[in-house]
Design a protein around this ligand. Structure first.
Ligand SMILES: C[S@@+](CC[C@H](N)C(=O)[O-])C[C@H]1O[C@@H](n2cnc3c(N)ncnc32)[C@H](O)[C@@H]1O
Ligand code: SF4
Length: 444
């Protein structure tokens, strides 16, 4: 195995970067680019709240299936460890009822089914979910849809369902191949199960994405490198490389030695290491944390936008905890199983919280998504969307970020530099409105 060299950033560099990045609060639950998902400051919604139907664009759909075979100790998603079929069927009844919001014949631009672990459902129930969607929508031609799976749960029968229902991409959570690391976060699968799942998925002709996390308890750069190389040899097409996001005082946070926690220096160390490794392996960074093989087959999957040029959203999320962004409002469904299912059974709205997105929120979303997708932050596009100048609205942040070598000022546009790409979430936080930063600081 070729070991990629690692170096720790010098304290002097960290002090300089800290100043350039400003006092940014930590983001625990969601990536900073996913505003307002990363600041879930939802206000209670009335029980009869109705989500609007945007008309200009085909809808993007997310379906949340919360069932898992175990609970990983780092995970903040709304999940439920249960193989009780009656409970699963009750959930699907509610989901089908919520899907009635979609008017028959609605065009769907992209579809993502996640959780939880969709393949923790038996294949016939997973098929029922796809059937409920197929009955209501028309898919835009040529778009690749995704289903999440876990290595120990995905069977040949599940893959038959995915193939028959036209799912072109599978995203598998792995996190690590090291038994000790997996055990330390209560994940119950083996490396052998991972390899078998990879081979079976690739053999079906589907694009395979794998999630790995760095910064886990006991994990080393060397073990991470070995995981990535072994996965690539199994035919994986793309990787989502997440930095571990947990509170310091959580059980996982406490189990990590203080010196190994992902503070700015360690985060930068991991990111530099991952960048050198992915470059060496021929993987290209296409989004903040997504690295893809550069071939035509892998390139078939492109994320479809979920906002229009006026920053109006057309993303529907169904199921417990799912979020929607429709027009200029974000909605979040009830997070708990009973609250979600009971509301729908009683004919009430599944929505528990709303965030009306004012202009400051929409600016944060624009900057976050654009930089998170590694795209140039175009001054003209900003002015056309908001009627103001980005230089006036964010003068202090731009001065620090450009001066600190994190953003490159190209005249028409601002672009993340190589260093800025490594610390993208902290760069993006500079565009958040004061209320969002205060909320993050209070919930750190
Ligand atoms: C909703 S999970 C679905 C995958 C599937 N349930 C599994 O774990 O095999 C999506 C991904 O989110 C990432 N994730 C979850 N919690 C995280 C955390 N606290 N920090 C960083 N990444 C996290 C993991 O990489 C996980 O695979
Ligand atoms: S299996 Fe996936 S969704 Fe379930 S708890 Fe673990 S990371 Fe979260």
């Amino acid at each position: 195995m070729v070991v990629v060299a690692t170096t720790s950033p010098a304290q002097e560099e960290i002090t300089r970067l800290d100043e350039a990045l400003g006092p940014t609060p930590p983001v625990i639950r969601c990536e900073a680019g996913v505003y307002p998902g990363s600041v879930p400051d939802f206000k209670p919604a009335p029980s009869d709240i109705v989500r609007p139907h945007p008309v200009r664009q085909p809808l993007r759909l997310y379906v949340h299936l919360p069932f898992c075979n175990y609970h990983c100790s780092f995970c903040h998603f709304a999940t439920l460890v249960s193989d009780d079929r009656a409970r699963q069927e009750r959930y699907l009844d509610a989901l089908e009822r919520e899907l009635d919001w979609i008017e028959p014949g609605t065009e769907l631009s992209q579809f993502f089914i996640g959780g939880g672990t969709p393949t923790a459902l038996p294949p016939d129930l997973l098929d029922r979910v796809f059937g409920a969607i197929d009955d209501r929508v028309k898919f835009v031609d040529g778009v690749v849809h995704t289903c999440e799976v876990s290595p120990e749960s995905v069977t040949e029968e599940h893959l038959d369902v995915l193939e028959r229902r036209g799912v072109g991409r599978v995203s598998m959570g792995i996190q690590s191949l090291d038994d000790a690391v997996l055990g330390s976060v209560q994940r119950l699968h083996t490396a052998e199960q991972v390899f078998s799942a990879c081979e079976r998925i690739v053999a079906r002709g589907m694009i395979l994405n794998v999630d790995l996390i760095y910064g886990l308890p006991g994990q080393t750069h060397g073990a991470f490198e070995s995981d990535l190389r072994r996965m690539l040899n199994r035919g994986v097409h793309s990787f989502t490389l997440y930095a571990l996001r947990v509170r310091e005082l959580s059980s996982v946070g406490r189990s990590i030695e203080e010196a190994k926690r992902l503070d700015l220096a360690n985060l930068l160390g991991w990111r530099r290491f991952a960048k050198r490794l992915t470059d060496e392996l021929g993987l290209s960074q296409v989004r903040s944390h997504t690295f893809k093989r550069l071939d035509e087959f892998t390139a078939r999957h492109e994320r479809v936008p979920c906002v229009d040029p006026q920053r109006g959203g057309f993303q529907l999320g169904v199921g417990m905890s799912a979020r929607s962004h429709l027009g200029h409002t974000a909605f979040r469904n009830h997070r708990g199983f009973e609250e979600y299912v009971t509301s729908v059974e009683q004919g009430l709205s599944p929505v528990a919280g709303v965030i009306p997105l004012d202009v400051g929120d929409r600016q944060a979303q624009f900057a976050g998504r654009t930089l998170g997708e590694l795209q140039p932050l175009d001054r003209g596009a900003y002015t056309r969307a908001f009627g103001t100048s980005i230089d006036d609205d964010h003068a202090d942040a731009l001065g620090r970020l450009v001066g600190g070598g994190l953003l490159d000022d190209r005249g028409d546009a601002l672009v993340l530099t190589g260093l800025g790409r490594l610390l993208y979430e902290r760069v993006i936080l500079n565009f958040f409105p004061a209320h969002a930063r205060e909320w993050l600081a209070a919930h750190a």
